[in-house]
Design a protein around this ligand. Structure first.
Ligand code: SAM
Ligand code: SF4
Length: 440
């Protein structure tokens, strides 16, 4: 009888990919995934500590699973950034917790589970200088999935003053290109059509490893892999966005016209205190270069409001940068102090109600821009990679444009996995509606 694993994932795409790799690894140990926590023999919470809110969710989730331990003797574990940050303290604080998996310990999971069978409580948060934690177990059979993440590097050397990532994910570590290419080839064999390459700062790929490809070279090697039809990546740090990568948008046919380029603030004064390593002008210059090389490129970003010392004028500069770039979408956050980071010691904190007000103003502006950017596509024919049934109507399928916008249209489930020309008939705030273009 296979055992059942339930996994709950918080945070970014890196965490989603880590959960996916954990599931593949557990597949080799005769575990199958269940979506019902109540039926699980193993419950894992894959956590995020980038802001305070997701961090708190861990403890409420653990509270929910206590009874599963009592009723069914399920193994309860925590993975991800909170696991790395808290380590043994989590075992002390939560007596029914069995397992703490640090961010560089995923590959040790089989040995950890063996130790738990011997009634141990296990915590692994050590560093893995060889980078075995970046490996991705193979699938056993072709997958229904159309797209997949592929982790190509992890960690960060930037130390932005607000950010916990370098402390919980460690320094930048490049995954060997041989492994990455092997994985993408394997995914193509399993039916995957689109890969999204992941790293906290993909543009640093290969940095410091003399014999390694750089990021644009890696992209061009993936571009040659048969069966893969689209390539995306995230995240690129503006300071490291190289001319080589900008140019790649002009000559790599599978590289989709979309870049996620967090800017965090439009004010030089704030950017400097954030230790971001670029200015408003240099950010805008790179955006201009990107639009020059690839006029249809969609640009998305991350922004923080209420960073310590942010004045009304600084915030206005953020809004004006948004108007200048016209982002297709934005992830916007209120600054959340993280213990151990430099900014947590800054005393000129912005009041919560001011942060909330700025966030609302910024989000309102972005809603307008996003809607206008979506409207630009009305009347055009775009290429859509069909991903599955739409939640909108039972006759509909859903997919994404190369610029990463969601399109719903009437179509057969057989379309899944195909690149399909779609005529956009209506733009909405979060998606587009279209009609399939039939070849005559
Ligand atoms: N490496 C990416 C970059 O710098 O471009 C970002 C990775 S980070 C996990 C994702 C986003 O979370 C950041 O871009 C930032 O906007 C947000 N973030 C990180 N630390 C934060 C904090 N202390 N408070 C609020 N937002 C934060
Ligand atoms: Fe965090 Fe800055 Fe590194 Fe992004 S670049 S992960 S924000 S330290």
């Amino acid at each position: 009888m296979p055992r059942r694993v339930y996994i709950e994932t918080y945070g970014c795409q890196m965490n989603e990919d880590d959960s996916d790799r954990i599931l593949r690894l557990l597949g080799d140990l005769n575990y199958v995934e269940t979506k019902e926590a109540d039926q699980a023999d193993l419950v894992l919470i894959n956590t995020c500590s980038v802001r305070e809110k997701p961090e708190h969710k861990v403890y409420s989730a653990l509270g929910r699973y206590k009874r599963l331990k009592e009723r069914r003797g399920a193994i309860i574990g925590v993975a991800g950034c909170v696991a790395q940050q808290e380590g043994e303290k989590l075992l002390d604080r939560v007596p029914y917790l069995d397992l703490v998996i640090g961010t560089q310990a995923i590959h040790l999971l089989p040995q950890m589970l063996e130790r738990i069978e011997k009634q141990e409580r296990v915590c692994e948060t050590g560093a893995d200088p060889e980078g075995k934690y970046l490996t991705a177990p193979r699938f056993r059979k072709p997958q229904a999935r159309v797209k997949s993440y592929v982790t190509i590097m992890q960690g960060c050397d930037h130390f932005c003053s607000f950010c916990i990532v370098p402390y919980v994910r460690g320094r930048e570590k490049t995954r060997p290109s041989r492994d990455v290419l092997e994985e993408v080839n394997h995914l193509a064999d399993m039916g995957v059509k689109e890969v999204c390459l992941l790293g906290q700062n993909v543009n640093s790929y290969g940095k410091g490893v003399a014999e390694e490809l750089d990021f644009p070279e890696l992209l061009s090697r993936i571009n040659e892999i048969e069966g893969i039809q689209r390539i995306r990546f995230t995240t690129s740090h503006p300071q490291d966005l190289s001319e080589g990568l900008i140019q790649a948008f002009s000559w790599l046919d599978k590289l989709c016209e979309h870049i996620h380029l967090p800017f965090q603030s439009g004010s030089d004064r704030v950017l400097k205190r954030m230790h971001r390593g670029y200015t408003r002008a240099s950010y805008l210059e790179k955006v201009d270069r990107l639009k020059g090389v690839c006029p249809s490129i969609a640009i998305t970003g991350d922004v923080i409001v209420g960073f310590p010392g942010e004045e009304e004028e600084d915030f206005e500069e953020t809004l004006s940068l948004m108007r200048a770039v016209r982002f297709d979408d934005l992830f916007s956050f209120k600054y959340s102090p993280r213990k151990g980071t430099r900014a947590a010691q800054f005393e000129d904190r912005v009041e919560e109600k001011v942060k909330q007000k700025r966030l609302s103003i910024l989000q309102e502006l972005q809603r307008e821009i996003t809607y206008q950017q979506n409207q630009v596509l009305e009347g055009r024919v775009v290429e859509v990679l069909v991903e599955g049934r739409s939640k909108q109507g039972d006759q509909d399928v859903t997919g994404r444009t190369r610029s990463n916008k969601i399109v719903n249209f009437r179509g057969d489930i057989d379309f899944v996995g195909r690149l399909t020309p779609v005529h956009i008939t209506k733009a909405y705030q979060h998606s587009l509606r279209g009609e399939i273009v039939r070849s005559s």
